[in-house]
Design a protein around this ligand. Structure first.
Ligand SMILES: Cc1cc2nc3c(=O)[nH]c(=O)nc-3n(C[C@H](O)[C@H](O)[C@H](O)COP(=O)(O)OP(=O)(O)OC[C@H]3O[C@@H](n4cnc5c(N)ncnc54)[C@H](O)[C@@H]3O)c2cc1C
Ligand code: SF4
Ligand code: SF4
Length: 424
């Protein structure tokens, strides 16, 4: 039975931004990020649309990009199908954006140039700045209201139905990877039924997401004034950056984060077993992990090229660089994750070493694309180890072949990873 969703207009009643606050809890499912499919008219589509049930990334990539990632090209094994990659920034950064605002400005341009009728994205809840609430936007000026990152899960995909019902047949969606997998699965069916003409996807990478309530616990450990924090990012120079409403900035080295004080289920099993860090099914991915202090664009197909072309005169683009060596930090991470997944105590650095290493890591650690590769290998290892430990039956359905290739240089069993069916 489809849930009735109530549009609210909580930021400004005079503007055509349609918010969809889902007050009811999502249907209880194991390994679910409430992407929205279970709240549509046909919740049974979860069986074929979910990245946590039986995903088929090869088929999804062929549908989205016309081909699957090239198994002979190490860059594609890591970053997915792509035509170009860039380090990027907007020449005039946008206020309130997570980085410089490329994501929301691309969506804005799609509306301005009449390429799409509406954009589905997420913005802040009325009562909680950090809680993501999905919305349908038709006025390009309103993209400013949804800038910035929220921690938590929002049923973005469920907004497709009210958007189509309003007559918007050409849609753009800003979404994270587990939402995009489901979106792509529904796209074929919606186009075949004649309801949808166009779906453009601007994706962001995603890792280490958690419930908004858990994130508040984390904020409380970082500062005495959590209610004043309006920005947080895990930066590539190994610091968490927090900004405050009053204008202050606080930067904490990763090694000094109070991670051992967090509850053991702080990160849900979904986000520990997620296999698509770079949002490989988006037309264009806008992240920062390979950007060496700037934004990082992965243009995947013709639609992605077209989307980017609308912003060309506002962007500063350069070739991404890579520096440093990732192997040591990834091997150490894998060993600790193996211990954690098996319930063993973690190997901790002595306290006196932390400030020293906190200063050295930005200088010695991997940078640019090497940093992104390190994070991808860590995520792949984490998914294998946690699935084998907690969901062994699901592991062989959830781990695509490229996950095995990403960790092939480390001492980790890939027995539960799917074989590459294209290999003769
Ligand atoms: C939970 C989370 C984890 C992330 N982890 C990484 C990472 O490890 N590496 C990396 O390179 N990038 C990561 N990103 C993406 C990164 O934070 C930036 O959003 C991205 O680089 C775009 O910056 P921008 O200035 O162009 O975005 P903006 O122009 O400010 O637009 C950001 C848009 O992101 C969308 N968004 C924000 N929060 C959510 C959410 N919870 N769910 C769905 N959509 C949301 C909204 O639609 C918003 O409009 C993550 C994003 C999220 C939401
Ligand atoms: S498709 Fe979405 S709603 Fe359905 S089980 Fe998967 S994550 Fe949950
Ligand atoms: S880490 Fe993966 S599963 Fe978790 S919210 Fe991000 S995309 Fe979804």
């Amino acid at each position: 039975m489809a849930e009735t969703i109530a549009p609210t207009d909580h930021l400004n009643a005079t503007i055509p931004i349609q918010w969809y606050e889902f007050n009811d809890a999502a249907p209880a499912r194991s390994l679910c990020t409430d992407c929205g499919v279970s709240r549509t008219e046909e919740p049974s589509r979860c069986a074929s649309a979910c990245q946590f049930i039986k995903p088929d990334y090869d088929r999804a990539e062929i549908t989205a990009h016309g081909r699957r990632r090239d198994a002979e090209n190490p860059e594609e094994v890591y970053f997915g199908v792509h035509k170009q990659m860039y380090t990027a920034r907007l020449s005039q950064p946008k206020a309130g954006a997570q980085w410089t605002g490329i994501t929301t400005t691309l969506a804005e341009q799609l509306l301005r140039e009449d390429v799409v009728d509406a954009v589905i994205a997420v913005g802040p809840a009325t009562d909680d700045f950090w809680k993501p609430v999905p919305c349908v936007i038709t006025d390009p000026d309103q993209l400013a209201q949804v800038r910035g990152m929220r921690m938590g899960y929002a049923p973005v995909v469920a907004c497709i139905e009210p958007a189509l019902a309003s007559g918007y047949r050409r849609l753009a969606v800003v979404a994270i990877p587990c939402q995009v997998y489901a979106l792509r699965a529904l796209e074929t069916e919606l186009k075949a039924s004649g309801k949808l003409d166009e779906l453009l996807v601007i994706g962001t990478p995603c890792s280490d997401n958690t419930y908004t309530e858990h994130f508040h616990e984390f904020l409380n450990l970082l500062t005495d004034t959590p209610e004043d924090v309006n920005y947080l990012e895990f930066c590539t120079d190994y610091h968490v950056e927090m900004r405050f409403k009053q204008g202050g900035v606080k930067r904490i080295p990763f090694l000094s984060l109070p991670l051992s004080n967090l509850r053991s289920d702080f990160f849900p099993m979904t986000c520990r077993t997620c296999v698509d860090y770079t949002n490989s099914l988006a037309d264009i991915t806008v992240g920062y992990m390979g950007g060496d202090g700037q934004q990082w664009l992965i243009v995947r197909n013709k639609n992605g090229e077209h989307i980017l072309s609308l912003l060309q005169d506002q962007l500063v683009l350069t070739a991404p660089r890579a520096a440093g060596k990732r192997r040591g930090s990834v091997a150490g991470f894998i060993e600790n994750t193996r211990r954690a997944a098996g319930g063993l105590p973690l190997r901790k650095m002595p306290n006196f070493m932390r400030p020293i290493m906190g200063k050295l890591m930005p200088k010695l650690g991997p940078k640019g694309l090497e940093f992104a590769r390190a994070r991808i290998e860590m995520k792949a290892a984490e998914a294998i180890l946690h699935l084998e430990q907690k969901h062994p039956k699901r592991a062989r359905h959830m781990l695509p072949w490229f996950i095995g290739r990403q960790v092939s240089g480390y001492a980790i069993s890939t027995a539960s990873v799917q074989q590459d069916r294209h290999v003769k």
